[in-house]
Design a protein around this ligand. Sequence first.
Ligand SMILES: [Zn+2]
Ligand SMILES: [Zn+2]
Length: 300
Amino acid sequence: MSKPPLRVKIYGSRGSYSPTTSNPTSIGVNTTCLRVDLGKNTLIFDAGSGIINLGRDLLKEIHSESGSAHKWKMNLFFTHLHIDHLVGFPYFAMLYFPKSEISIMGPRILDYEVAEVLDSFMHPPLFPVSMDDLPFKRDYYQVAESRVTYFYENNFEMRSVTDPEPENWLGRVSCMRNYMHPKGGSYFYKIETREQSIVFASDTEGFVGGDKRLIKFAEGADILFHDAQYRPEDYGMFQGFGHSTFEMACDVAEKAGVRKLLLFHHDPKHDDETLQTIEREAQKIFPETFLASEDMEFAF
Ligand SMILES: [Zn+2]
Ligand SMILES: [Zn+2]
């Protein structure tokens, strides 16, 4: 079987909120959003403010590239539903076209379904347009550790982890529940092809010795995106807030034997200079460490 093209692009890597500093930034201002193209499948992780630019790019691609009609179809995975991972959703252009087909994949957190949260988020008086008014086609899927989503040529199916592995899959997405984030936790995702794997582990607070479950989940990954909101000197004030220091991220990367570590969920108060210092310090621990920056792309 030929190798499916796998491409990852960062549309937002800031944590909590978009920085309002007047300092120019090369890291970007948008909150969490990752795009993964797997063959003809478009996978999106979180709908932070970064998803607004992603929507624009998709429309441009649909209009300028012939044969890109499949881009009306996409899978939107949520790690959890904190506002910085959701805030771009109402402004995601693809919601406003009847041709769009969005499979919304997310966990049930604190007894809330993703559908309920989106319905109450996109509703007057918070937003003038209700979910019910939007023309896009949608389906909701609940993600859980017991389920794997398999992707084929241009479709997907969710199966139980105990089901036999199907043939001809191009890629698959599995998840791990993370308890180290306040009020219901978050989910980590692993996107795999038969040759590569990418692990997305944002919004987590590490601990001494590393998160053993995450280390196992990320074992040998080509890229690990890991929360690194704090410097060790900031951490004392923010212990228990559900975010990691870059040292915690490096510890997991080293123990999991990943090839590349991307520091993620940058503190909005950190300017480029501070972030570049964090990157240099982190590289002393794990040399293949980089700041996750907007527009960064990886192709396999
Ligand atoms: Zn967050
Ligand atoms: Zn969060």
